[in-house]
Design a protein around this ligand. Structure first.
Ligand SMILES: [Zn+2]
Length: 152
């Protein structure tokens, strides 16, 4: 196969003038031919290379196992895990083990993102209704005013 684009070097001669490659048989399977430079002694074809290397590792495979502890438990002033291990700012306190009830991870006094979103929506609809009522009242008043006396 010839290259369509012919590179020309500074001296003006074409690289394609002198083919500097050769075909050698793969040294592993001895079936595939590989195009290599003339100085090369032996070559391994792409199929054999693929067989030689291990399969790629995906991130999901190497993800660490969840500890079952909430995010940022190391930064909590006091955290007690399900086994009763007590941590003070992420440092285990062996003396206190089993003396405190486990920290409730789920409630924790904080609302989830979904709950917060729901609260926000409820608040907004309430405000919208209030605003609408106010607007209606305002319009009603101005209409009445228009009838009696023209305002700006
Ligand atoms: Zn091969």
């Amino acid at each position: 196969m010839k290259n369509r684009k012919i590179k020309i070097n500074k001296r003006g001669s074409k690289f394609s003038d002198k083919p500097s490659f050769k075909w050698v048989v793969c040294s592993k399977c001895k079936a595939e031919e590989v195009k290599v430079s003339e100085e090369a002694i032996s070559a391994i074809c792409s199929i054999c290379v693929q067989r030689m290397i291990p399969p790629p590792v995906f991130k999901s495979q190497e993800a660490p196992k969840s500890t079952g502890r909430p995010r940022g438990w190391q930064f909590m002033k006091l955290f007690v895990d399900q086994d009763g291990n007590v941590f003070h700012k992420g440092v285990e306190q062996p003396k206190m083990k089993g003396k405190l009830p486990p920290t409730d991870v789920k409630t924790n006094g904080k609302k989830s993102r979904f709950e917060r979103e729901q609260d926000r929506l409820a608040k907004e609809t309430k405000l919208a209704k209030k605003y609408q009522k106010k607007q209606e009242k305002k319009n009603g008043n101005s209409n009445r005013r228009k009838r009696t006396k023209k305002t700006k």
